[in-house]
Design a binder for this molecule. Structure first.
Ligand code: BGC
Length: 417
């Protein structure tokens, strides 16, 4: 081989190599906290779809329900100047990250695909920073659910509760039958999850909005909030002693295996039932948390997109955003996750009775003023306020604090900026 031939072929080989490198560089790194059985199955669907489009998936999963650990990890990465391509951020936090000037504008996809027309305005507003899309919505989770093992109810001679009086009657019967009435994991975000459903059940949607969205001091300290803590305090007595630190999915497993009767949890719990091969309405029941039938506490998951420098990654990021909004993804992810699609135009045909109920209840609640943002899951107030409020609830759950002291502490926490 002549020298110049050798050089030419070397050049060709190098060009090929760098072309391959470019293709391989099409990667998205996604930071999320979907690590339970049902959650992992759900996010695996996104990975699969991205890989089918030739984009590799770098998983940055941070265990810890509710996402507190994930947020800490994300902050460290962004401060270090190595943001992931996308991260599981939602609600008012998207605005907070936007103000840090670290989020990427994904209008190129969102405008082209007409996201404004596909999303309810309350959802699209949250996905935008200063009028530009920076995040893609994944689903709508309902938080105010009660998950029930019907076999446990039957064994105990109890019936499905629709309000707190009935709830405590059922809980007493389950306890008397030697089983655990309330499956709960003693972690602050789970405590807050129960608290917000109790506040909604005890006080209704208008009270919830006044106290937990508008942070109205009178509502935060009034008799309805006292009653909320009294009710929460009573629920505490039906939780087993091994609850501290227990992960939420292990509490759900207690319902699945018949060790416990009822769990207050958002419908990501359904992902666990589904992953265990359980059928809604037969093996388990999903009912609105006591007294909350007409209301809907929403929690919308989204992936916010971060500014990245590499052009290939920028392209891959837009593909990720587009994939998330595709009807195919919104269907398969939410079938696994327990939530319902965030966008219009996804057929409900494959969804189970819990999801169909969620869709109908969302609509009804929306029309009747019963649609409220979840405070425990970052939809209602900023992260600092949410953290301070969650701390108060956790302190109440883990001490002998009185309801009076709890409302005083709550009202103070509500002033956190
Ligand atoms: C998230 C869900 C997640 C749950 C448990 C919620 O805040 O919105 O997607 O499954 O926490 O980690």
């Amino acid at each position: 081989m002549k020298l110049n031939h050798l050089v030419t072929s070397l050049f060709a080989a190098t060009a090929l190599l760098s072309a391959t490198t470019v293709v391989q560089a099409a990667e998205v790194e996604v930071l999320h906290y979907w690590t339970s059985g049902g959650e992992a199955k759900s996010v695996a669907e996104l990975k699969k779809m991205m890989e089918a489009k030739g984009i590799s998936w770098k998983d940055f999963a941070v265990a810890g329900g509710g996402g507190e650990n994930a947020t800490t990890a994300l902050k460290a990465r962004v401060i270090a100047g190595s943001s992931p391509t996308a991260a599981q951020i939602k609600g008012p936090s998207i605005q907070e990250w936007g103000r840090e000037n670290v989020l990427a504008n994904i209008d190129a996809v969102a405008v082209n695909e007409k996201w404004d027309a596909l999303l309810p305005k309350v959802v699209s507003d949250v996905m935008k920073y200063k009028g530009h899309y920076v995040a893609a919505p994944i689903n709508v989770h309902r938080v105010n659910w009660l998950w029930i093992n019907p076999e446990v109810l039957k064994k105990a001679g109890a019936t499905t509760p629709t309000n707190f009086d009935e709830f405590f009657v059922a809980a007493d019967k389950i306890k008397a039958a030697g089983l655990i009435a309330v499956a709960h994991g003693g972690q602050p975000w789970q405590d807050a999850t129960v608290f917000e459903s109790v506040a909604l059940g005890v006080g209704g949607a208008d009270f919830y909005k006044k106290a937990l969205v508008n942070m109205d001091q009178a509502a935060l300290t009034g008799p309805t909030m006292i009653k909320t803590f009294d009710t929460l305090g009573k629920i505490k007595t039906y939780i087993d002693k091994n609850s501290p630190g227990r992960d939420w999915n292990l509490a759900t497993a207690m319902i699945i295996n018949g060790q416990a009767g009822m769990q207050f949890m958002g419908d990501w719990a359904k992902g666990e039932f589904t992953a265990a091969g359980k059928v809604a309405g037969k093996d388990y029941l999903c009912v609105a948390a006591p007294g909350t039938e007409k209301a809907f506490t929403f929690n919308i998951d989204s992936l916010a997109m971060f500014k990245v420098n590499d052009p290939a990654t920028q392209k891959a990021q837009l593909v990720l955003a587009s994939t998330i909004m595709s009807p195919e993804f919104q269907e398969v992810f939410n079938l696994n996750k327990g939530s319902i699609p965030a966008r219009a135009g996804v057929s409900p045909a494959k969804f189970d009775t819990c999801a169909v109920k969620s869709m109908a209840d969302l609509d009804t609640a929306n029309k009747a003023g019963g649609l409220v943002p979840s405070i425990a899951h970052g939809m209602a107030v900023n992260a600092a306020k949410q953290g301070a409020i969650t701390d108060v609830i956790a302190r109440f759950m883990n001490s002998t604090m009185s309801s009076q002291d709890a409302v005083a502490a709550l009202a103070k926490a509500a002033k956190t900026r």
